[in-house]
Write a protein that binds this ligand. Structure first.
Ligand SMILES: NC(=O)c1ccc[n+]([C@@H]2O[C@H](COP(=O)([O-])OP(=O)(O)OC[C@H]3O[C@@H](n4cnc5c(N)ncnc54)[C@H](OP(=O)(O)O)[C@@H]3O)[C@@H](O)[C@H]2O)c1
Length: 337
């Protein structure tokens, strides 16, 4: 089987963890069938590096660490337009202000050239899924995105492989790790600011946590899920949003005194007027399945017409979990290579 030649766009937390796993193959015997070569890596401000014969993962890590970046100045769009590769691995940051760009342009260009795409970036799925999936089908390639929601937990793969024939009626769950972790810390008495600082120190919250606290990240994930699992064509701006920035530790203590927990809940459901979605702050009884989500964990309940309700929960995700989402998509591509 020929090796898949990867163009890796983005070398941040997830990109680096992915390359670390490739550099340490002996520790992961289950990956024996993963045959990949990184022929290019691009970043935003830290340069790029290209070698058609393949860059050794350990050398990529060492070069970035010692030089603080890569030697080439090529942009991602230029790399996607001109280089020879099999799969674009899109791991650049989500831009809510840019409505998923420039990642959408990267993905569109790769698919147009007949290259597969594996995206960990939610933007292309939330803002352009219908267009990009149609383009992928027309070019005979695949647009996969398992890492975009619930990290590497099989959400899209579950539907693709195990829910055939079902119509998904409703989706609901906790999809934003930062807000769940912040709410848990506030239950233990921390102020919102102290809880956010703790999540930032653990590398879970962004330097600017507003997208998490205001429900934007959750809305983007819910849109991505809804577009793929419910065949919708909605944008994150259409999701009704309520954030947690106004909550105080007292609010959480009062809820706890009533035997309840406050959680940020995502919901999408079918109505006569089409599919609607919301991100709301709700008080849940302690025995509710979503009330049990702790720390950075996520949980999703899928309502189907034939199989009833399924719950998938992710307990204690980390960067390896997200990198695995990328790897599971690459293994799926290896099967059809
Ligand atoms: N972290 C997680 O656990 C997690 C989970 C699921 C999904 N994701 C998604 O995975 C993606 C990567 O996350 P991350 O945590 O690795 O982000 P990150 O640490 O912020 O790293 C982003 C990387 O993308 C690079 N970049 C910026 N603009 C780029 C461009 N135009 N083309 C190519 N690369 C560009 C950055 O380079 P510079 O440093 O030079 O700007 C950096 O190397 C994001 O879309 C995120 O939402 C993350």
């Amino acid at each position: 089987m020929a090796k898949l030649r990867l163009l890796l766009a983005g070398f941040g937390n997830v990109g680096r963890r992915f390359v670390e796993i490739l550099a340490d193959r002996k520790s992961y015997p289950g990956l024996s069938e993963l045959e990949v070569a990184i022929v290019a890596v691009t970043t935003g401000q830290h340069g790029a590096w290209v070698n058609p014969a393949g860059l050794a993962p350990a050398t990529i890590l060492e070069t970035y660490r010692t030089r603080g970046g890569f030697p080439d100045s090529r942009t991602t769009l230029d790399a996607v337009r001109t280089l020879d590769f099999d799969v674009l691995v899109e791991l650049s940051p989500l831009s809510i202000a840019g409505r998923g760009e420039p990642a959408i342009a990267h993905v569109r260009e790769a698919l147009s050239r007949g290259r597969h795409v594996v995206s960990g970036n939610k933007g292309p799925v939330a803002w352009a899924y219908r267009e990009l999936s149609t383009l992928a089908r027309a070019r005979g390639v695949r647009f996969l995105h398992e890492a975009t929601v619930m990290d590497g937990a099989p959400v899209f793969n579950l539907q693709r492989h195990c829910l055939r024939g079902n119509t998904i009626l409703r989706l609901e769950g906790i999809l934003n790790s930062t807000s769940n972790m912040v709410l848990g810390a506030m239950e233990r008495g921390l102020s919102l600011a102290a809880a956010v600082a703790k999540a930032q120190a653990m590398g879970i919250a962004e330097a600017d946590p507003s997208a998490d606290l205001e429900g934007w990240d959750a809305a983007v994930k819910l849109t991505a899920l809804t577009n793929v699992l419910m065949d919708a064509d909605i944008k994150p701006e259409q999701i009704w949003r309520q954030g947690i920035a106004q909550l105080t530790p007292q609010d959480l203590a009062v809820a706890q005194s009533r035997g309840r927990r406050i959680k940020m809940i995502c919901e999408a459901f079918r109505t006569d007027a089409g599919i609607q979605g919301s991100v709301t702050v709700q008080e849940l009884p302690l025995d509710h399945p979503f009330a049990r989500a702790e720390g950075a964990g996520s949980v999703l309940r899928i309502h189907t017409d034939l199989l009833g309700r399924l719950i998938i929960a992710e307990d204690g995700p980390d960067l390896s979990t997200t990198a695995y989402g990328v790897i599971s998509d690459l293994l799926a591509l290896s099967e059809c290579n």
